[in-house]
Write a protein that binds this ligand. Structure first.
Ligand code: PBG
Length: 322
């Protein structure tokens, strides 16, 4: 066969036909809304991420309620503590800002799924994702602090902990500690392929978490590598991860697809701050159509194979899809 018998345009003739034959359906069910929580009592807009705020604990509950009314039932929390120290001790403080926010959300909205980002960079004075020894992030010493953090998040009621530090062995260490402490139902969303990326810039402003010296290339992945992502994903599955994540999403859609093809666990992708801000900046100048671009961008992440999409566009997207 071939043209003229085959005419692919026949299936594009109307909007309802295009909907009928669509291969990918973007659903509110797959969205996770990332939220920053700080110690102050008022919300504070994040200049580099138009539309996003640092929320106080009470305000974050209201924002999650708003999300839920729009049909979004999962959030991930990042903490911005008032005080930082060498070890990042606010990360595992039972009264840390994320622990309080988790308790408040689970108290008022128990059926919302709460993911807690498990990492130290927002909490350490030096801004690195782990404990320093001789100017380097010490892998095994960091595991101890990640375990304490994950346990305190699970104790607060988090449904999932989400290690984003890229230390070797952290998923296994956290899984074992959760089992030992009676948290067999608490899941692990592993940031398995987290690349050392320039697209995290606005997040680091939002969380005040830029490293004081050096960069994160000693632990996050090199953007040139794809096979290495498979090794990371394989280790995380063996160590007990429930969900594997690729981050960022847009410049890494090939990795999302690779994960989809190689693993049977759910695959998540993180549409990160820089991807969000680029779109917002271009839209603010009138250079692109904001809503259409957003739907296309997030739709492409679903088409690449992500079951779960973390995106700051979650609320706007829910409105657009409704
Ligand atoms: C680390 C963490 C980062 C992001 C999520 N978790 C920042 C980093 O590695 O520097 C970035 C998310 C985004 O850019 O939206 N805790």
């Amino acid at each position: 066969m071939g043209f003229p018998a085959e005419r692919p345009r026949r299936l594009r003739r109307s909007a309802s036909l295009r909907r009928l034959v669509a291969e990918t359906r973007l659903s509110i069910d797959s969205l996770v809304y990332p939220l920053f929580v700080h110690e102050a009592l008022e919300p504070q807009p994040i200049p580099s991420m138009p539309g996003q705020q640092r929320w106080p604990v009470s305000g974050v509950v209201e924002e999650v309620r708003r999300a839920k009314q729009l049909g979004i039932s999962a959030v991930i929390l990042f903490g911005v503590p008032a005080q930082k120290d060498e070890l990042g001790s606010q990360a595992y403080d039972p009264d840390g800002v994320v622990q309080r926010a988790v308790r408040a959300i689970k108290h008022h909205l128990p059926d919302v799924i709460v993911f807690a980002d498990t990492c130290l960079d927002e909490y350490t004075s030096h801004g690195h994702c782990g404990v320093l020894k001789d100017g380097e992030v010490d892998n095994d010493a960091t595991l101890e602090v990640l375990i304490r953090t994950a346990l305190s998040q699970a104790t607060a009621g988090a449904d999932f902990v989400a290690p984003s530090d890229m230390m070797d062995g952290r998923v296994g260490a956290i899984r074992a500690a959760l089992e030992e402490s009676g948290f067999s139902g608490t899941g692990i969303l592993a940031y398995s392929a987290k690349y050392a990326s320039s697209f995290y810039g606005p997040f680091r402003e939002a969380a005040d978490s830029s490293p004081e010296f050096g960069d994160r290339r000693g632990y996050q992945m090199d953007f040139r590598n794809a096979r290495e992502a498979l090794r990371e994903g394989t280790l995380d599955v063996q160590e007990g991860a429930d969900i594997l994540m690729v981050k960022p999403a847009l410049a890494y859609l090939d990795i999302v697809r690779l994960f989809r093809e190689h693993f049977s666990v759910p695959i998540a992708a993180y549409n990160v701050s820089g991807e969000y801000s680029m779109l917002k900046a271009a839209a603010a100048r009138g250079w692109i159509d904001e809503e259409a671009t957003m739907v296309e961008v997030v739709g492409s992440i679903a088409r690449a194979g992500a079951d779960i999409i973390l995106t700051y566009h979650a609320l706007e997207l829910a409105q657009a899809l409704a």
